[in-house]
Write a protein that binds this ligand. Sequence first.
Ligand code: ZN
Length: 433
Amino acid sequence: MNIVKNAAFILTLMIILVSCGAESFEDHTIFTNATIWDGNSLTVQPNSALITFEGRIVDIIDMNDPDFPGGATVIDLGNRFVVPGLINAHGHVGIAKGLQTGPDVHTEENVKNQLALYARYGITTVVSLGDEPQAAFDIRDHTNFADEGLARLFLSGPVLNPSVAEEAESAVAYLIQSNPDWTKIRVDDGLGTRSKMQPAVYAAVIDASHSHGVPLAAHIVTLEDAKGIVESNGNLIAHSIRDVPVTREFINMMLEKDICITPTLTREVSVYIYSERPAFFDDPFFLSEVHPEVLEQLESPDIQLQYTGRAADYFREALPLAKANMMSLHNAGVRIAFGTDSGPPARFQGYFEHMEMEMMQNAGMNPIEILRSATRYAAECMNLDDELGTLEPGKWADFVVVSENPFDDIQNLRSLHSVYIGGNEIKQVVSQQ
Ligand SMILES: [Zn+2]
């Protein structure tokens, strides 16, 4: 009797559970038949499915899960690969259009076009570190990025440049009215073209920024300046160290204070590469988004000449050291936050992010390490990890689907199949199948 009763009870319970399950998953979407890397682990989950609801991650489950939910909208990913949306921790929006700069390009339309371009290449978030127009703040504050198919935007606003420490507080206070996500300073002297920001001045800017609860990113070239920034409690080293090899002392400082660095290797490339016609001008993955007029300009001898000279020579020669320093820091456990410095003239948003990842691979990082840098670490280093960077329950459903295995070779990220921001699919992704 008891057994029959129990069996009936269990059966009833099962019916309730199954019907509840079917009901609760009705408005969910399940992306099936994928190999998924969640951004956290060092291994991937083959034969898996990603469940989303209202633009956010619910779970990753095995395709053979006995409780595989019914009733949801199913999108079959056809045995492709899923990684979290890529995050550029150091880009720029709205400061150039093609090779043109100045007030004419400081428009909402230009900012939105650039965010759409990033998204089509799988860059689902960009932290713009410096000199954005007011239009960029307006877009950050009044845009539903998922609905509009745009990369999410965070920004620092005008680069702060007080000449004396006493001016730091007022410079920061003025900027704070726009509610920047970061503040940004340039410490180096631009190879002798401007005066260097003095340690007392940047220390005052860092303190002022922190007093308003805003982290600070610093543009540096030299180890000495990077050390000064870390000693003064700056929060991000925004470029590679390009003058001397990093020392054990510096590595320990970075680790102790838990500071990240964005290598921006493609930034160095952009300073000299156009002195002659670069090979990537024949790359379909590049050509599908570049404006023909910009190509033509960059192939003209007058413009080519602008990419020669002292700065071009300096940064071309510094590039191997920049890579070696990135690897020394990475191997020691310093978090490399993926960042390119794309957005100024001829630093092509979207394409340069893929080039940067390929350069990181050539320098010695493996695909999972590069992907971790471009997802979880970029999110953590930029204070975005509450909502972004990994495919964990509750976070935004920002992810990239690729056809070829990116864990074998980072270049396979070019085989973009689809890109999702907040669960919405981006139209017309750029792909090299
Ligand atoms: Zn920059």
